[in-house]
Design a protein around this ligand. Sequence first.
Ligand code: GLA
Length: 688
Amino acid sequence: MRKLFGMVAMAAVSAALAAGGAAAQDIKGPIPFPMPKPVATTKPILVPYDKLFYFASLPHYQEPAWVHTLVEQGKLPPVEQRLPKKPLVVDTKFTSDGPGQYGGVLRHVIGGRPQGWNWAAGLNQGYGGTEHTTMMCLVRTGPLWMVTPDKIEPLPQLATSWEWSQDGHQLTMHLIEGAKWSDGQPFTSEDVMFLWDDNISDPKVVPGWVRPGAFGEGVKLEALDDYTIRWTFKEAFPIANLYQMALQNMCPAPAHVLKKLHPKYNKDATYDSYINALKPENVPVVTLGPWVPTLYKADQIMVFRRNPYFFEVDDQGNQLPYLDEVQFKLSTWEDRTIQTVAGTADYTNMEDPSLYLESLKKAADPKFPNALYWGPRALSWRLDFNLSTVCGVDNDKVKALRDLFRTFEFRRAVSQGIDREALAQSLVRGPFIAPFPGGLHIETDFFKPESVVYYPYDVPSSKALLKKIGFSETSGDGYLKWSSGPLKGQDVEMTLTFTSAYTTDPAIADTLIGMMRDIGIKLIPQPARENEADYIRDTCKWDVILYRGDRSFTVPIQQLQDLAPLSPHRPLWHQGTADKLQELLPFEPKLIDILNKVRVERDTAKRGELLREYDHIFTENIYNVGLFVVPAALIINKRFRDVPAGAPVLAYQWSEDNVIRERMWIRPEDQGQAPELLPGVLPFVTAK
Ligand code: GLA
């Protein structure tokens, strides 16, 4: 059982509370949340659920001519032997340009750097679409944004179909039969069980993407045969679990490569050696994805080449993908947009508000090389306070700070000390950005402004709140001081960790440091490169983190685990450890209870009601501090065909999954605009 946060732990803060005493009328708010006007977005063409993807065996299959030559030379089995019995068919009847032609390159730029290829153990590959290329999962949710509303449920990927038992406690899933990894080895339920038993369920494999608790207490997964797995749940019909089997959660890695490196099967291995066994330079990579990492040059580029065993075809029997090569230049996120706008890269999620106006100016030029699609305000920034008393707490001083963060009046003082309008306008002028109360994204189906408790900018209120909890300014430099506890006499100061991988974050950090100074709080800037920020976060050795929220709060059903302490490592701002669960704040059990209800609620309207209740409690307690929301634009070079208009930068997944890259193609006459770096190379065939 988790312990509720007790008064003993609060001693220092509550003693201070008693000593304070501001008049209640000094503290203003909350006020109604001001809903901004929606931004104009591109209307999508919708496709019925069953028509987008299905599994079928087709009368004949094709492959690119150069790959066929390798087959004729005996270097590779024929295409029909490389494909599963029933490949996943991507129906091109609903695309704007129909079946594609082979060849050509997609040039991505990313700001992240790959941690390694062992995604089963939670390592990332540098983001920016790399992970959507290496990891194939039981189900796929990215393209759901284009599905007609009559049937919405996760799309099949490695699981071709599934059925619930009558009582709803068991879910049986059928895996794709005869699919092969990029090295030609079969994919079976053993790969799924290795992921579940020896990674997700092994608490020593940290950080990990997901934990069993995310699927409800007492969940069990077993393999019935090579191509059938069965889940058993305590609750009946936990349909949210199906959404949680998508990226990055239930995405098997090759057991035939990794098992022998895992300490359970190899007495010479350690957890560290296992997690980091597949270093970025270990290419080509064994994957089920459309393109295989084939060349890695640190801080320069990664080149992914077509996977000769990829399990998807178009409705004409052409093995996908159409594009032979995908490049990921290793640069910065800002550079991704700059290069795409300039035409030296092909694809960006324009998400750095400071680049919007300049990019829009360039887009007005008729010679602009790209198509540009605006989506809703799905990107948000927020401040997380570290609420953990068990993770990363190694002395009294850290403990005192954590207790402060767990004090509502403090979080409220910070929130009311932030001028969100000014912060937003300092990043980009105009109607793009709007204030964000925290919690669920404001431009989602279930959001209602009435459920939000919004604490307005009000410096006198912040000061009164800080006085109320016992802080006062004594040395004349404007900073408040602790009046009791292990930090007695010291400034009220804390580190502010932020990523320097985007231009936006350091700019926000700068403004926040100034705004906090005005209410007497000292924020010590701690810039971190993207991967470093992830590591710092996972060790819990941070005070406050500036964070760009992602899909958890846009599509909560697929990331319930991120929204409250449903498992030891989530939410990011309140983590436990493998041995010690979180000490819950008084309102957290209620959040957990609501999310557990969401998990089993089959009625969409009722799910919406529950989520609004969640949002109310979240914002009322300022679980974290929302800053602003902003729309993003997807920018793609015009030479690509079958880019689905209106693909959002962020919905169920990031755009790289939403656009279905494996069915994008380039006319042969346009392919020369960006040359392949590894022409003729086929991973594991010509490049071992
Ligand atoms: C990073 C980028 C996003 C998106 C994701 C994909 O977070 O900032 O735009 O590309 O990676 O995971």
